[in-house]
Design a binder for this molecule. Sequence first.
Ligand SMILES: [Zn+2]
Length: 142
Amino acid sequence: MPERADIKHPLPHASWETRGWWEGAGRGEVVLQQCRGCQVPMHKPRSVCPTCLGTDIEHFVASGQGTVHTFTVTNQNQQGGFAEACPYVLAFVELAEGPKVLTNIVGCEVDEVSIGMSVVVDFVAGERDDAEAFAVPVFRPA
Ligand SMILES: [Zn+2]
């Protein structure tokens, strides 16, 4: 069996709403948003609080720690950059701050992943042809 390759994530394109997330990842930080009105941390990045519909939103650096909320093992994906990495784990990780992040679990065999498993963030740096630094947050066993 050939050795599994790492996923080659496509380059993200930061919108004005997601720029804090992607720039934070480029610095090696998980940057979340929190509503100043109801204090609820949130992810995905957005301009309106999904809890109270407030628009007074701030960013903060999260701990990067969480647990596997749910996951699936992807055995087939014909998309370039992903096909060579099969099988890989696609998971929702519940961050210690509350929000869930769709991500990959790396650094262990796919059959070692379990719901409730403690994980910590890591970053897969990418290369761009512009001045922006970026990385894709992934998680590995804590
Ligand atoms: Zn709110």
